[in-house]
Design a protein around this ligand. Structure first.
Ligand SMILES: N[C@@H](CCC(=O)N[C@@H](CS)C(=O)NCC(=O)O)C(=O)O
Length: 206
């Protein structure tokens, strides 16, 4: 049994919980962060000095950084689709995971913070429009990439789908003007067929 520390509505916690549910690892999750607090206590900071969520405990071993946790659980517990056997496959998946963090996360966070976490008149819609233009550029890149494959790394789902898969739900759920990106939408449809995705990622945006 692994232990995930972090509130369920955090995208970074969702990456971890979606992944460990797909792999079939028994887990418990404790609400930590935002309204639940608990992430600035000396005890938590001892586990995760960033004071951010998620943190994963696996017996005596503790690890933080959501993408690193996803890589760790797939390497330790993954089988079938979820165990990438070659360095090339792992690199392909990692590439899209890191690309999400370094490119997509920032504009998507600006949009999310304004549209979901800020009340109407306080929203900075100029900021939202600028971030949406950037996000469209990135989602178009992924749409092109998906034109000849079912999932980010090919025919099978992998950890490469996890970060962008969590984010694409937000992209299609927030009230935004979006271009028609058929390959991206078809992939989003395929993700929605997965029970773990519906349960842990497709939750109300709060
Ligand atoms: N790079 C870190 C970022 C973690 C992060 O920013 N977590 C946010 C939630 S998504 C957080 O801890 N916010 C403070 C809080 O929830 O109290 C990761 O991927 O794990």
């Amino acid at each position: 049994m692994v232990h995930v520390l972090g509130r369920a509505n955090s995208i970074n916690v969702q990456k971890v919980v979606w992944c460990i549910t797909e792999i079939g690892i028994p887990f418990k999750r404790s609400d930590v962060g935002m309204e639940f607090g608990g992430n600035e206590t000396p005890e938590y900071l001892q586990k995760n000095p960033t004071g951010l969520i998620p943190t994963l405990e696996d017996g005596d071993f503790t690890v933080w950084e959501s993408n690193t946790i996803v890589r760790y659980v797939s390497e330790k517990f993954g089988k079938g689709d979820w165990l990438l056997s070659s360095p090339a496959e792992r690199a392909q998946a990692s590439q899209w995971m890191d690309w999400y963090v370094t490119a997509m996360h920032a504009p998507m966070t600006v949009i999310f913070r304004n549209l979901i976490r800020t009340l109407g008149s306080n929203r900075d819609m100029a900021e939202v429009h600028a971030a949406t233009r950037t996000a469209v550029k990135y989602w178009t890149m992924l749409d092109n990439h998906l034109s000849d494959k079912k999932f980010v790394c090919g025919d099978l789902i992998s950890i490469g789908d996890i970060p962008v898969g969590c984010s694409v739900y937000r992209w299609y759920t927030m009230e935004l003007e979006r271009p028609n990106l058929p390959h991206l939408y078809a992939w989003f449809d395929r993700l929605q067929e997965r029970e773990a995705y519906r349960t842990h990622v497709m939750t109300p945006l709060t």
